[in-house]
Design a protein. Sequence first.
Length: 102
Amino acid sequence: MVTCQVVLLSFMIIEQFTADDSLEALAEPSSSVTTVVARFICALIMHIMLTSETKQGLLMMKYATNHHWKFRNWQQAFMIGLCQTFVLITCEFVNLIILCTN
């Protein structure tokens, strides 16, 4: 599942950075204040929604590190939390790029 999510996110990143109109949209500022405010509100809501899941991934990593004797292989438990955190941060980055270019 993590591999599928990372592949799809990488396709979205490649799409955003290879399209000519997307690069032009990043270079020039928005023409209306309303658009900027709407983008800011969308980014803020997205960040608030993803914060709890990112915190959960970080707590999983901390628990696996601090309680290694409770696991047969604590590295696997740590990697699950790391994958969750990595995918969520990458997803937030991609969504911010899409918000800035549309």
